[in-house]
Ligand binder design. Sequence first.
Ligand code: ADP
Length: 184
Amino acid sequence: MTRWHDRLTIVEGDITRQHVDAIVNAANEELRRGGGVCGAIHAAAGPALERECRQLGFCGTGEAVSTRGYDLPCKLVIHTVGPIWGVGAGEREDELLASCYRESIRLAADRGADTIAFPSISTGIYGFPIERAAGVALAAIRAGLQDNPEIREVRLVCWSKGDLAVYQAALGRALRDEDPPAAS
Ligand code: ADP
């Protein structure tokens, strides 16, 4: 039996260069071309992506919508809107961030995409503290993988070595909590 984390990879890199079925965009509710990873995805996909986003028009925080990938190496872009840190009281942001990961995985599965790459949602311009976000993200990815057995790989693509170390440490903690060492 495969364990959930056998279907998870954590890498340092550029999400626009990932050869997967779907990549996830850290979008804004208006689905406008922004800065950060969103700007990089639009630049690599070409202007047709912006036109499709304009037609869709809106995506609520914690939800996900999909478009084609255009000039990107992936078939699909899943746009999800992470919470802005500091608008709620912490727990609400955790729930919304978890929803981004779970809804994106569900949508990828619905669209027949079985490999999906995520950036670190909300931890850039939206200001979510990355240590906390990493724990929330991994718990949500675990649930998403368990609910959607057809997904073969979730790849977390970290933009820096520092971010990579944070996600790797969070995975180590999650696995230790799941399977604590036997008491001697
Ligand atoms: P948000 O508004 O959700 O905080 P940002 O785009 O500001 O989204 O940042 C999300 C994360 O994506 C940040 O950790 C940022 O460093 C990272 N990032 C920026 N460009 C890329 C890229 N090309 N590939 C992967 N991650 C990226």
